[in-house]
Design a protein around this ligand. Sequence first.
Ligand SMILES: Cc1ncc(COP(=O)(O)O)c(C=O)c1O
Length: 411
Amino acid sequence: MNETKTPPPPSPDGSATPLPITRPDFDAVVDRRNTGSLKWDRYAGRDIIPLWVADMDFAVCPQIIAALHARVDHAVFGYTRAYPGPGEAVVQYLKSKHGVEADPSWIVWMPGMVPGLAMSSAAIGSPGDEVMTFTPVYPPFFSAPKDAGRTLIAVPLTEKDGRITFDFEAMEAALTPRTRQVLLCNPHNPVGRVWTRAELETLADFCVRHDLALCSDEIHCDLLIEPELSPFTTCLSLAGPIRDRLVVMMAASKTYNVPGLGLSFALIPNPEMRRKFQGTKNCFVAETSPLGFAATEAAYREGESWRVALCEYLRANRDRIRRAITEHAPEVKMPHLEATYLAWLDVRALKLAHPVAHFEKHGIGLSDGADFGAPGFVRMNFGCTAATLTEGLKRFVQAVAAAREAAAAGA
Ligand SMILES: Cc1ncc(COP(=O)(O)O)c(C=O)c1O
């Protein structure tokens, strides 16, 4: 008789032997070529450093690897529903990290955050109703409401006292009787703001006054570059009537670098809202992945010291970008970045017809601001080794100099 395969050890109370904590080496180079990486394959065979789509080049923490090994050793990967461990890990994480008492019944598991944006759009109101969002923003905020048969109202963010924030006057003006919901990115991709409690309370008040639901995408909430100056507030911690209008979406995927494992979750305190959200699930999403559950549980239970070290590393990378721009490319503007590993760069002063193509010509691959609703901007992903970023910045500065010289010659 063959050896019986046992399921992975249950870990609700972290009963597996903890791995020793060693300082992660974010300088270690992992060759991602020929692994089907979206980020690296775009420039396969070309000397272009990929600093675009939002995943990081770092190996994940050993605790996640160990959990995945344990799950893989079980050797059966059937359709998987939520089992208690991951939900309990999420509830414990919300309590210890964000001070929120959540009930496991609030959780709706999803294979990704983007379908969640469509599900939330579809869950409230009817086709032709409107969803409001704030631009520039991560491109699926434009497409998901449309996929759900909703009309998008895009209200530009504004700048006050040198800081990007909501424009409540413009929001009031843009509302119509068919507006049903606000889609919020918190912290915000691409401008890197961590919204303050005061800003969120004003937004919540706006939603309640106008009978709107609030869907908050908080996928970047643990990627805080300066947590002491810009602490994160989850919308789940807002008090009062907004709680019955909330869909809050989170995932371990962005912070712990496992987006390819496809697992995120919504937290919806109001049972009726939850029922409506769940009712849209079959239209938009497939089953969730057993490996995603294993990784998520390990990340929230055991990944904190890795996360803290990661954020320190990212902060140093952000500062490298700031220094390079200040010293060598002062015509490029970068808003102060409080969270995410995505730098939002205003290159309009360079007067480039095609900014991304220009930077590619100089060996650096960036995301096009036009896709975020802001032509003339580019987004730089600095979730990479310091060495990769340093080379990327050298090329960036050369590209800026070339544009400057071309502009001077044409003037
Ligand atoms: C704000 C935001 N939401 C969602 C996603 C993607 O989430 P998922 O891969 O779970 O669909 C991203 C990826 O960059 C993001 O920045």
